[in-house]
Structures are given as C-alpha cells and as structure tokens.
Design a protein around this ligand. Structure first.
Ligand SMILES: NC(=O)c1ccc[n+]([C@@H]2O[C@H](COP(=O)([O-])OP(=O)(O)OC[C@H]3O[C@@H](n4cnc5c(N)ncnc54)[C@H](OP(=O)(O)O)[C@@H]3O)[C@@H](O)[C@H]2O)c1
Length: 241
C-alpha cells in the first residue's frame, strides 16, 4: 500500500499558503497549515478540510513543537509565511529589522532544521517562498528584499548540503500576486486602485498573478524529482524585462 503524502504549509490560512494547501489537498496530500492566529487557522482549516497548528515563526519553541507533529515523516515543507515591511530607510529600527529577519529567514531555517529527520524519512523536499524583489529593487523595500535575498542564498547552499541526504531544497519567486498582503502594507484604500494599475502596467502580462498560479509552481517543484537548488520565478514575465 502506498503511503499518503504529507505536507506542512506555513502561513496556510491566507493568500499563497491557502491556495497551496488547497491544491496539495486536491492532489492527495495530507496537509497541515500553520499560522499565528488560532481563529484564522481554524476558519481556513475548516474551509480546506486540513489539519492546523498554531506556530509563530519568530518563536523557536513554537517551531520545535510544530516539527514534533511529524514523527512519521514529511514529504513537503512549504516555508511560505512571511511579512513585507516597506518603509523609508530612516524608519527602520533594530527591533523592526530583527523581527522581519526572524519571521522571513530565521523561522524557515529553524523549522527546516527541526524537520530534517522527518524529511529524510520520506526523501522529502522544501519549497521556500521568496520574491522577485531580490533582483527587481524597489524604493522602501530594502529590508524585505534583504530577507528574501537571504532566503535565495540559503536555498542554494542548503540544496547542496542536503542532496546527499535525499532532501531537495528549492524556492518560488513570485512577482505581484493578488493576496491580502497588499492590504497589510498600510497603503490608504483610496490610493490602492491607482497603485495596482500602475504596477500592472509594468508587468508584461498586464495583471497581478493569482495565488493559485504560485501554488501550481510549488506543486511542480515538489514533484520535480531532479530539481534542487532552483529558484523558479512566477512573475508574469517581469524577469524577461
Ligand atoms: N503577494 C505578493 O505579491 C508576494 C510576492 C512575492 C512574495 N510573496 C511572499 O509570499 C508569501 C505569502 O504571502 P501572501 O502574499 O500570501 O501574504 P498573506 O496573505 O499576508 O499571507 C502571509 C501568511 O503568513 C502568515 N504570517 C505572517 N507573519 C507570521 C508570523 N510571524 N508567524 C506565523 N505566520 C505568519 C500570515 O498570518 P496572518 O494571517 O496572521 O497575517 C499569513 O498566513 C510571503 O513569504 C511573501 O513574502 C508575496
């Protein structure tokens, strides 16, 4: 009898994580979503018909506890949870910088570390969610871009380190995707339509991507048994500009 595949999607209650959990479930995975708000997780898990676990990415103890939930192995870890903090250089404080790195870089590293045994049991893989901002700079995005640049760098070295253990490590690098993240940037409602229009005009495909379109690439990476250390762009053609 073939074992049912297992997947953990961090930040699975919203946006790209939610769409990824839905797609993985459709493809037969036993999915667990994690996030920081129990209420949001409960609602999403009920909608999706998946398991859930509360875990704050900035809290190492939460990540240890989350990883302990996979004693029988894990086929896929999607390090998706992340925050985007856009601000002028003068607004950065040590606490803001530390928190952004804790959530976007340290959290995924510690969670991956805690799950190495579970991933090794199943010859599993890790897909990290990066951003094209690493290569396509934007004013006020230096902190966010620095964290995603760190993710890309981690992917390449970790893929080499873990290849002998049968664990693949990759990333998707989305461009502008229509998710609640846009609402979390603090942009006044009245300015949003013009900003979205302006950004869409700069994208060759002239539109934002949908979370499902990123989820499809995450699933493809999970299934691509000869791909490791790769960073696949999902950006409507921006990378070709
Ligand atoms: N949307 C884009 O255009 C875009 C482009 C490139 C890359 N990305 C990346 O895609 C990933 C998913 O973002 P999204 O656009 O889907 O945004 P989203 O809808 O805001 O989802 C982000 C998820 O991460 C969770 N999260 C945030 N901080 C957390 C923390 N400290 N601990 C645990 N969970 C936390 C959020 O929980 P709450 O619901 O509690 O906030 C939410 O579930 C992120 O890594 C982001 O950087 C997004």
């Amino acid at each position: 009898m073939t074992q049912q595949k297992t997947a953990l999607v961090t930040g699975g209650n919203s946006g790209i994580g939610f769409a990824t959990a839905a797609l993985l479930k459709k493809h037969g995975y036993l999915v667990t979503i994690s996030g920081r708000s129990e209420a949001a997780l409960l609602e999403a898990a009920a909608q999706l018909g998946v398991d859930h676990a509360v875990a704050e990415m900035a809290n190492p103890e939460h990540l240890e506890r989350l990883a302990a939930g996979f004693p029988h192995g894990l086929d896929l870890l999607v390090n998706n949870a992340g925050i985007a903090q856009f601000m002028p250089m003068e607004a950065h404080t040590a606490a803001i910088i530390d928190h952004c790195f804790q959530v976007n870089v340290r959290g995924p590293m510690l969670l991956t570390q805690a799950l190495l045994g579970s991933l090794e049991q199943r010859s599993g893989s890790v897909v990290n969610v990066s951003s094209i901002i690493v290569e396509n700079g934007k004013p006020h995005a230096s902190l966010y871009a620095a964290t995603k640049g760190a993710v890309d760098a981690m992917v390449r070295s970790l893929a080499l380190e873990l290849a002998p253990r049968g664990i693949r490590v990759n990333a998707v690098s989305p461009g502008a995707i229509e998710t609640p993240m846009v609402d979390k940037l603090g942009i006044p409602d009245e300015l949003k339509p013009a900003l979205i229009q302006e950004q869409s005009n700069a994208i060759p495909m002239k539109r934002f991507g949908q979370p499902r379109e990123v989820a499809e690439v995450i699933l493809a990476l999970a299934k691509s048994s000869y791909v490791t250390g790769a960073i696949w762009k999902v950006d409507g053609g921006v990378n070709a500009c």
